[in-house]
Write a protein that binds this ligand. Structure first.
Ligand code: NAP
Length: 475
């Protein structure tokens, strides 16, 4: 993008701002729509907030996003506040005020909006989640939770259970929202009182900061009895992509979503307010792909799957074509221990081998880059290993039918697990137990029943171009 005398400036004020993804959204839209504006993050201290807002206006800045810790305090320095933002008590978007003829109003300042709430509403509508007449629950009662309470009520939810560690905060939010809507729909409670909720089929929004990377194995509430009541769970956290809260929801039969789309849409809505345009759907989708790539990009490709699913064959060929290194975890363990896999199984047993696998993954997580990794068939069986694999790279599960696996491995005498009188039956049995564990451990499944290496590689490359750290051009 060429910057000239007409380039409009948009930006973000907050502290810290170093890791923000918002430039990906706004500059991505400007470039694709050919709009001459640039988005820049500004780190602003608490004491400098008023000067920053007034200075931004004086510098003719078109609009600003506002993030932590300024979303409440910034309201003091605005000319006007949108009604919903006022009730939520938080503003994340400032729009330069205009008179009806499009020129600046005589009131010199910005109007504040809460596009977090609007972004989440757009996400759930798009995901087909209707709140009308439904029982909902929100975990947390901080800034984001307030926007979620407002959204639930404005979308017609019947009840909003507001569960928070500090129950007084939940009570204060409930009191304000119930007064505004003139009903008693918001019910504040302490987190540990979830048992008092009688309803099932709850739609739950996770709005605490628990579970955010690197604390990926925590959820603010872990009791199975709570998740048995949940039919849909939306985690406002999007890093990691698959949070512990989301896993608990799906393990109990519910549907789970993260809120990366909320981030996308709050940005798109702010952009539309600033530039008075409608961002076309295909551009929104392209920006979402950029966002996912930026957020979840991984250096390594990991293959999991049953023996004979093609992990090594596909892995080696792919590594060659992508100019990446190749590593097989079984060979890696053999090199580290100086023993063959059948020898480890025979002398130390399967349990000892699984421990060696975990140690190998811990080491690989901290050391490998730009590598295609083929794993042993039992690798993801341990829950801990499944988590480590996702930390190492993007995990592809190569699938194949039992009969096809049997055809591929039947002559192979080196497979300790297949020794016995009826290897087909053994494959069938193992697959039945392992398939759900592979599915849980994978980012994506790739069907290999076609027995066509080119086709399998093409599918992996297509996905990697979108989510990995390679671009289409490099592929
Ligand atoms: P906040 O105002 O600081 O609120 C934090 C919430 O987490 C409070 O309810 C707090 O409970 C709870 N909490 C913190 N530590 C806890 C602990 N150890 N045990 C139990 N509860 C704990 O933060 P926020 O702005 O609302 O943000 C909440 C989350 O939403 C963050 O993870 C943020 O990344 C995410 N978010 C996502 C988007 C998006 O676009 N997807 C937008 C906004 C926010 P207490 O009241 O008891 O302290």
């Amino acid at each position: 993008m060429e910057i000239d005398g007409k380039t409009g400036l948009i930006g973000l004020i907050g502290n810290p701002v170093e890791h923000t993804l918002s430039p990906v959204i706004h500059n991505g839209i400007s470039e694709r729509m050919g709009i001459n504006s640039v988005y820049v993050p500004f780190k602003v201290e608490k004491e400098g907030l008023e000067d920053a807002v007034k200075g931004a206006y004086a510098l003719n800045i078109l609009g600003m996003n506002v993030t932590v810790p300024h979303k409440n305090q910034v309201m003091e320095y605005l000319e006007d506040i949108d009604e919903a933002a006022g009730h939520i008590g938080a503003v994340n978007t400032l729009v330069r005020m205009k008179s009806p003829d499009g020129k600046d109003a005589t009131k010199a300042g910005y109007k504040g909006y809460n596009t977090d709430m609007l972004g989440l509403r757009r996400q759930i509508r798009e995901d087909g989640i209707s709140l009308k007449g439904k029982n909902t629950a929100i975990l947390g009662a901080g800034g984001a939770a307030k926007a979620v309470v407002y959204m639930c009520l404005s979308e017609g939810a019947k009840t909003v259970y507001l569960l928070n560690r500090t129950v007084e905060k939940a009570e204060a939010v409930a009191k304000a929202m119930n007064a505004f809507y003139a009903k008693e729909a918001v019910i504040p409670m302490a987190l540990q009182d979830y048992g008092k909720i009688d309803e099932k089929d709850l739609i739950v929004f996770q709005a605490t900061s628990i579970g955010l990377a690197p604390d990926i194995d925590s959820a603010v509430l872990e009791a199975p009895a709570f998740y048995e009541k949940v039919s849909v769970g939306v985690d406002l956290i999007y890093n990691p992509a698959d949070t512990k809260f989301m896993r608990l929801v799906t393990e109990h039969g519910g549907k789970a979503y993260n809120a990366l789309k909320m981030l996308l849409y709050q940005g798109v809505i702010a952009y539309e307010l600033w530039h008075d345009v409608k961002v076309p759907r295909d551009i929104v989708e392209d920006v979402y792909t950029d966002l996912k790539r930026k957020m979840y990009q991984k250096d390594n490709i990991v293959f999991i799957g049953f023996m004979g699913s093609g992990k090594t064959t596909v892995g080696k060929e792919l590594a060659k074509r992508l100019k990446m290194n190749f590593l097989d975890t079984d060979s890696y363990i053999e090199n580290r221990t100086g023993k063959s896999i059948p020898e480890i199984f025979a002398k130390e047993g399967e349990e000892a081998f699984r421990r060696l696998e975990t140690e190998a993954l811990q080491h690989l997580r901290d050391t490998v880059k730009n590598t295609v990794i083929s794993t042993g068939g039992g690798m993801p069986l341990k829950r801990e290993n499944a988590g480590l694999l996702k930390e190492i790279g993007r995990v592809y599960y190569l699938t194949a039918a039992d009969s096809i696996i049997y055809e591929r491995v039947k002559g192979d005498s080196d497979r300790p697990l297949l020794r016995g009188s009826n290897p087909y039956e053994r494959i069938h049995e193992l697959m039945k137990n392992r398939a759900p564990l592979y599915e849980r451990a994978a980012d994506i499944w790739v069907d290999t029943n076609c027995n066509d290496l080119e086709e399998v590689i093409a599918r992996v490359k297509e996905d990697w171009a979108q989510f990995g750290n390679r671009t289409n051009e490099q592929l």
